[in-house]
Design a protein around this ligand. Structure first.
Ligand SMILES: NC(=O)c1ccc[n+]([C@@H]2O[C@H](COP(=O)([O-])OP(=O)(O)OC[C@H]3O[C@@H](n4cnc5c(N)ncnc54)[C@H](OP(=O)(O)O)[C@@H]3O)[C@@H](O)[C@H]2O)c1
Length: 325
């Protein structure tokens, strides 16, 4: 069955309900560290009906490597892809830092040209400001991004890691200056990280900008392959984020596993089904390191939808768990 397509907020941009997060591409110790491994997963995603791809200039073990690897596939299949990338993360070293801070006009103008070149395309569908920049007024960032829209290099703009207050402020500044506003918000959100609910998610809904949760599977914890004793040694969690297993609320995780087994669905299906039922959420950009993973994630877009009672049951399970931990 085809993956449903959804509007990204008010933008008019259509994205697949399950997208692909691309931060594994070019990442060390993964099958996608190489261009070939990346092409295999990316092609499997497109073949499975995924149209939305989210990367960033900083993804990969070297700056630009995720975009560079993706470019080989983009060159062949651009018309099947809605491409999102990001610029200006304030916590990562950038070879463009000498030009200015990540949100500045000079930085943005250089960053877009490099991303376009690495991705082998002449436009980006959604260009996202990766983190708010305390050193640059958002007026400057928005004005520079609007220039890119006027030049046809970028179709839509979004932000990431903005608070609700920062998002509201940016929108009112865009309105005051007669600029195209940010049309999406990307922030951490999953069953265990829920702080967006009382902040950016609420604001995104109110302003009708598309909400894109990152770490939707909590780095893979919600794929069902972990237990309180650990999980596959080659997984990201066991390699570099063991604390996510050690600190997980296992009583709630076990109750969730039972909920899934009573309904004969996998934890992955329940997790993606739950996320897709969150009002205002546009697309679940789960990451993947193999073609099989990406196919399972694509299938989960249509496998199961919670009733409103089931939605609340799952939400409550982890609200209680996160409050008591
Ligand atoms: N804006 C930001 O600041 C920000 C920050 C972080 C991420 N992001 C974006 O959000 C995207 C998603 O986050 P993420 O990829 O880090 O984490 P995630 O989606 O929560 O988890 C992805 C990981 O789970 C495992 N997995 C996925 N599908 C699976 C399946 N069907 N079966 C078994 N295991 C599976 C894979 O890791 P293993 O194979 O290693 O287990 C995969 O890398 C990123 O790719 C990136 O585009 C944005």
């Amino acid at each position: 069955m085809d993956i449903p397509i959804r509007y990204l907020g008010n933008s008019g941009l259509l994205v697949s309900a399950v997208g692909l997060g691309c931060n594994n591409f070019g990442r060390e110790n993964t099958p996608t560290v190489t261009a070939e491994g990346t092409a295999e997963v990316l092609s499997a995603a497109i073949d499975a009906g995924i149209t939305f791809f989210d990367t960033a200039d900083i993804y990969g073990m070297e700056y630009g490597l995720s975009e560079l690897h993706m470019g080989h596939v983009v060159a062949q299949r651009r018309d099947e892809m809605i491409l999102a990338t990001k610029f200006g993360h304030t916590e990562f070293a950038s070879p463009l830092a000498h030009l200015g801070s990540g949100g500045s006009r000079a930085y943005i103008r250089a960053a877009i040209d490099q991303s376009l070149e690495r991705l082998q395309t002449d436009y980006i569908d959604l260009y996202q400001h990766h983190t708010p920049d305390p050193d640059v007024p958002v007026e400057e960032t928005l004005t520079a991004l609007n220039e890119l829209i006027d030049e046809g290099k970028v179709r839509h703009i979004g932000h990431s890691n903005y608070t609700g207050e920062q998002a509201r402020r940016a929108q009112s500044i865009a309105k005051r200056l007669g600029l195209r506003p940010f049309e999406s918000a990307q922030n951490e959100y999953n069953l265990l990280s829920r702080s967006a609910e009382n902040d950016i998610l609420e604001v995104a809904r109110d302003m009708n900008i598309g909400f894109i949760p990152f770490f939707p599977l909590y780095n893979g914890l919600f794929t069902g392959k972990f237990s309180r004793n650990g999980g596959p040694e080659d997984s990201r969690i066991m390699r570099i984020r063991r604390h996510l297993v050690e600190d997980a609320p296992w009583d709630a995780m076990d109750a969730f596993a039972e909920f899934c087994s009573e309904r004969r669905i996998t934890m992955l299906e329940a997790t993606i089904g739950w996320l897709l039922a969150v009002p205002g959420l546009s697309t679940v950009i789960a990451g993947a390191t193999t073609a099989d993973q990406v196919r399972a994630n694509a299938d989960a877009a249509v496998s199961w939808s919670p009733t409103s009672r089931e939605f609340d049951q799952i939400a409550k399970l982890f609200t209680i768990a996160t409050k008591s931990d």
